[in-house]
Design a protein around this ligand. Structure first.
Ligand SMILES: Cc1ncc(COP(=O)(O)O)c(C=O)c1O
Length: 356
């Protein structure tokens, strides 16, 4: 144990906990799954947002880290993480300037889906003598960002090259399939997305432009996406610490996140109230489950309170007890905390600062 770590029993609640042995197992599971194949891992860090965890992923074989924003990329770069992919578009002169500056300090790639942004990037990079790396973002069915497969892909790729940016490849993130129930139907939908990405790459190459990277995949699709011939790297990231919403579709990974809370009220044997609500637990994908008690149900999240019904009146819980709640949706839950406490054998082993 590090000498100045707080005691688990004295942490102020609500506190975001991370089960470190579970993280270790998830790291091994993913690297074993990918070993021997042709698909690398550049995991998305948006859910844990911790450079320390990102470094663990790199130590276990990841070729870089994916993130969603320039700010996340800057934090990663500050901690010496290289080969960063911002798997989202940026727009506006201030952001582009920020990206140009970051590109001068580290290897970073950003997704593009717009010719005007490409031209703005080229103009702003020229002034700073920077080479900017981009991936053409292809909409393979999520209908968020990305150009449509086909003519628009080649048009954008040609524009990237003509403007003197470095085309590193394409990405085609199938976000709409991540939480679909496992089965043959899901697998064939994932393969159809992969095929759209591969066809986009072939189209670019048929026009004489190199397109080495084909990036896709999340925790709910990694096992099929990574096996599809031609997909060169995976963006899956939540596998590392998981959450309950992903556990339903990828139960081979262990849930490492929980929130430690204190029981602040008990009404007969019917219900308890704990000191954590929407300000420390996201209910966006459904209400979180209680980890450490049987026969109970969290039925409501208020701002600072959660109501837990005691289905079995004999539940051994009293005011002042500390219990744990599983994290249902990790991205917005982690966002609500400033510290994450890495626990091993009932002891706080790491205190991880978030968003710094
Ligand atoms: C662009 C992009 N890539 C990949 C992912 C998958 O990451 P995860 O495995 O954490 O769901 C996401 C998730 O939102 C994403 O937005």
């Amino acid at each position: 144990m590090k000498s100045r770590q707080p005691e688990l029993g004295k942490l102020t609640t609500p506190a975001l906990l991370l089960d470190l042995p579970a993280v270790d197992k998830n790291l091994v599971k993913m690297s074993q799954f990918l070993s021997g194949g042709n698909c690398s891992l550049r995991p998305h860090c948006k859910n844990h947002q911790s450079p320390w965890l990102a470094s663990k992923q790199i130590e276990s074989g990841a070729i870089g880290i994916t993130c969603a924003t320039l700010e996340q990329a800057e934090i990663l770069a500050k901690y010496g993480i290289k080969e960063i992919l911002i798997a989202s578009e940026i727009a506006g002169e201030a952001k582009i300037r920020q990206f140009v500056d970051l590109s001068k300090r580290t290897e970073v790639i950003v997704a593009v889906d717009n010719v005007r942004i490409v031209s703005d990037m080229a103009r702003l990079a020229r002034n700073k003598k920077a080479t900017l790396s981009v991936l053409v973002d292809v909409d393979v069915g999520q209908h968020r960002c990305g150009v449509q497969p086909g003519e628009a892909v080649i048009h954008l790729a040609q524009s990237v090259v003509e403007h003197g940016l470095l085309l590193r490849g394409i990405m085609g993130y199938e976000g709409h399939l991540q939480h679909a129930p496992p089965g043959a139907e899901k697998d064939s939908a994932i393969r159809a997305c992969a095929q759209l990405a591969i066809e986009s790459k072939s189209l670019i190459e048929a026009h004489g432009i190199a397109c080495p990277i084909v990036s896709a995949g999340g925790t709910g699709t990694y096992s099929v996406m990574s096996q599809y011939s031609g997909i060169t790297e995976l963006q899956a990231g939540t596998y590392l610490a998981m959450d309950n919403s992903y556990f339903r579709v990828a139960p081979e990974f262990e849930r490492a996140f929980s929130v430690l809370v204190t029981v602040i009220s008990k009404t007969g044997n019917q219900r308890i109230v704990v000191d954590a609500g929407k300000k420390s637990l996201s209910g966006e994908r459904g209400l979180p489950l209680v980890k450490s008690l049987e026969e109970v149900e969290l039925t409501a999240l208020h701002s600072e309170h959660a109501i837990i019904e005691l289905r079995d009146g004999a539940a051994p819980v009293e005011v002042g007890d500390r219990i744990e709640i599983w994290v249902e949706y990790s991205d917005p839950t982690v966002q609500l905390h400033r510290r994450m406490y890495g626990i091993r054998n009932g002891v706080v082993e790491e205190v991880l600062k978030l968003g710094e």
